[in-house]
Design a protein around this ligand. Sequence first.
Ligand code: NAD
Length: 488
Amino acid sequence: MGILADRESRLLIDGTLVAGSAGTFPTVNPATEETLGVAADASAEDMSAAIAAARRAFDETGWSTDTALRVRCIRQLQQAMRDHVDDLRELTIAEVGAPRMLTAAAQLEGPVEDLSFCADTAESYSWSTDLGIAAPMGIKTRRTVAREAIGVVGAITPWNFPHQINLAKIGPALAAGNTLVLKPAPDTPWAAAILGELITEHTDFPAGVVNIVTSSDHGVGALLSQDARVDMVSFTGSTNTGRAVMADSAATLKKVFLELGGKSAFLVLDDADLAGACAMAAFTASMHAGQGCAITTRLVVPRSHYDAAVEAAAATMGGLKPGDPDKPGTICGPLISERQRERVQAYLDSATAEGGRFACGGGRPADRDTGYFIEPTVIAGLDNTAKVAREEIFGPVLTVIAHDGDDDAVRIANDSPYGLSGTVFSGDEERAAGVAARLRVGTVNVNGGVWYSADMPFGGYKQSGIGREMGLAGFEEYLEIKAIATAV
Ligand code: NAD
């Protein structure tokens, strides 16, 4: 692995690191706007070669049935990442704009350690279940249910938590016996390409099992959905792109697994510690500049305490100045790109146009004219019909909405096309559990509990996705089920 400066990353196709046929494209440090180096730019032909390699490795090698080999390779990749964790950390801070403190958790070290769960699950998994002998239609039959890999998986990932999302697909897909082509976001090609270097230098992965294809062209990723040689697409990204992936996959009826956007609610019930809850909501919404799909971006508080809630949220959020992600104390770094900053600014403008006001923040920080920074912002004075309450912003923006009791709070939380996550705060755990049970979302935090871990399934209801990532459910997404009936 080389140093960061002037790095030129390559594609991994059929076990070999190669240049992209379409040349290279730059990767940019979002905190400084400096070009860090370049990544290989794949063409449609490169993608086709990667799919062919994955197809061949699945159809013509013993990969899918050699569990011991798969477990060994995954553990080798994990160890290589641990051994290079300091280089990976610098790369992540520079390319993703991820605050240094988050690299000790979900931005890097967490997902590396989570690979253990994938290897352990493959080792202990019951690949077949004996249902015993029965006589359906009068024919004595021994029945077995076998689980086996789906085949070639196309993994398409976004830029916000690249290691977490790349590994949460690579880990279970490969542990389950599939082969794979990873197509990362054009904003963070290095986080994926570095895996190619580690795989070729430090692991026994057979050629073609893992292929990594970076590209500046979203259309190259779309080929994974369209190509008949791919059996499944595992996609994380925006809901709109998820729709395109699903539509493209329809022609070949491949399985689609979708982790999409969110507009999650943080419900504060009237018996909760209001100031503590609002401070936590504000802190969470500012983390990594709000670029997390499951961040609770609607703070729903009792109407009678609305002003106090806005004040408490603004006191925390106003104090979390966006800063250099390299500094140990920074929690809110830059957005990923100029395009994203403009997008977030347009949402902030829509809030004031609809009659809302900023209790703190509201635009670019005055002291930062380079870097794609935006101030952590609390929006008050709007209800759940406002654009900023309905659409995913993907910036450090919290909209405070009033509720008139528990039923109304649940109604507001569920009044969204999304259903990814939610939080409930109450002084009464049973009451909080009752409200949590009524939320139409895939993960719920009650009074500060953490649902993120390798053995917990993560995913969304409604337009937040289809399927679950991580946990046993996330492993089984990558398996087919075969029923075998043997006459006895
Ligand atoms: P995006 O949808 O723009 O891009 C995601 C990936 O899809 C990229 O690799 C991109 O190149 C690729 N892509 C774009 N068009 C495509 C097409 N037509 N066919 C196939 N691939 C295509 O998302 P983004 O802006 O990179 O990431 C932010 C979004 O990701 C947010 O909406 C966020 O909520 C979502 N996200 C969801 C989760 C989750 O687990 N639910 C996690 C992280 C991010």
